[in-house]
Design a protein around this ligand. Structure first.
Ligand code: NAD
Length: 332
């Protein structure tokens, strides 16, 4: 039996982890709070810790976990920008993740955001419930024939591109490691990033957050986007400079912005703050634009994705406990 401290848990995390294939060999200790310098010592006596996207695993936290006897950090997500991997290696802490739990979940949410924002479904839904059957202000555009720019053609970007091809859109893509065979098979062409900025009616981000991609969309690059373009980000909040985004929205340069992630989402997204004052002025400002749609990091939230996250995480923890190797492709 191995004890695992699970940080930042919600009811759906508990439900799926408890139902995972652990055969009673894992004692889950579910914590509501996130991992940080102050909460790291509370991992003890568990040798394994399970974290999510807004838990912080910087050097100081990893050192505190190590002092508490933790030897395995299992990320129940794909992105790992919140973990200091060099520090983990120095401390001999194994770090595993779930690289691809359901790229379809994220790709489908990306398209759902675009369709909602473009066809103003969220506004129409509210209107009709109040018996306002007028159509004024609800005009959208056909996706068919439009140019969609996919930044990053990894697992999620490729599926998103294929869905947009299903709408008969022209799809162009940028990736420093292009997959030409896949592109040719789906009628997609690679171009440089500047071409995507200049030509895309819809620009969607599917790349990891790294020091190089931080604020990839900034004052300079947003200005180069096609006037009236829609921007979608379901990857990581810090890919977009929020101040520059707000300035571009105020100037009327962008047609619409759909975000499932936000630069300062930590401590806000995943929480019910409906009875509280929002201290983040930029998020409050974004929420006032009629052409901005925000969901709180829910693109991954499907039955299939949660089941796969639980399966891979459970399997890796059991393998760690019995000294077997981790699942291929999951070690960082
Ligand atoms: P992946 O590793 O399969 O693909 C990422 C791609 O981005 C790779 O092809 C890589 O070459 C490319 N890339 C790297 N740097 C780039 C750059 N500067 N410009 C363009 N492309 C670049 O990753 P994935 O599984 O497709 O995930 C993509 C993103 O989605 C990640 O940031 C991940 O954190 C995020 N994500 C979000 C959610 C959510 O719920 N919102 C869920 C899962 C993943």
């Amino acid at each position: 039996m191995i004890t695992v401290s699970v940080y930042d848990t919600k009811p759906y995390d508990r439900k799926y982890l408890e139902a995972g294939p652990h055969g009673g060999r894992i004692a889950w200790r579910f914590h509501d709070f996130r991992l940080g310098a102050d909460t790291a010592p509370l991992a003890a006596p568990a040798p394994a810790v399970c974290i999510f996207v807004n838990d912080r695993a910087d050097r100081a936290v990893l050192e505190a976990l190590h002092r508490a006897g933790v030897r395995l950090l299992a990320l129940r997500c794909a992105g790992f920008n919140n973990v200091d991997l060099a520090a983990a290696r120095e401390l001999g802490l194994a770090v595993v993740r779930v690289p691809a739990y359901s790229p379809h979940a994220v790709a489908e949410h990306t398209v759902a955001l675009l369709l909602t924002l473009n066809r103003k479904i969220h506004r129409a839904y509210q209107r009709v419930r109040e018996h306002n059957f007028a159509l004024n202000g609800l005009v959208g555009f056909d996706i068919c024939g439009r140019t969609v720019g996919i930044v990053g053609t990894g697992r999620i970007g490729r599926i998103t591109a294929q869905i947009f091809r299903g709408f008969e859109a022209r799809v162009i893509a940028y990736d420093p490691l292009p997959n030409s065979e896949w592109a040719a098979a789906h009628g997609i062409t690679y171009a440089d990033f500047d071409t995507l900025l200049a030509q895309s009616d819809i620009l969607t981000l599917h790349l990891p957050l790294t020091p190089e991609t931080n604020h990839l969309l900034n004052e300079r690059t947003i200005r180069r986007m096609k006037p009236g373009a829609f921007l979608i980000n379901t990857s990581r909040g810090k890919l977009i400079d929020t101040s520059a985004l707000i300035a571009a929205l105020k100037a009327g340069h962008l047609g619409g912005v759909a975000l499932d992630v936000y630069e300062e989402e930590e401590g806000v997204f995943f929480e019910d703050l409906s009875a509280e004052v929002l201290p983040d002025d930029e998020l409050s400002h974004l929420l006032t634009f009629p052409n901005v749609l925000i969901t709180s990091h829910q693109a991954f939230l499907t039955h299939e994705a949660l089941s796969e996250i639980a399966r891979v995480t459970t399997e890796n923890i059991l393998r760690f406990d019995t000294g077997g190797g981790f699942l291929p492709g999951t070690v960082l």
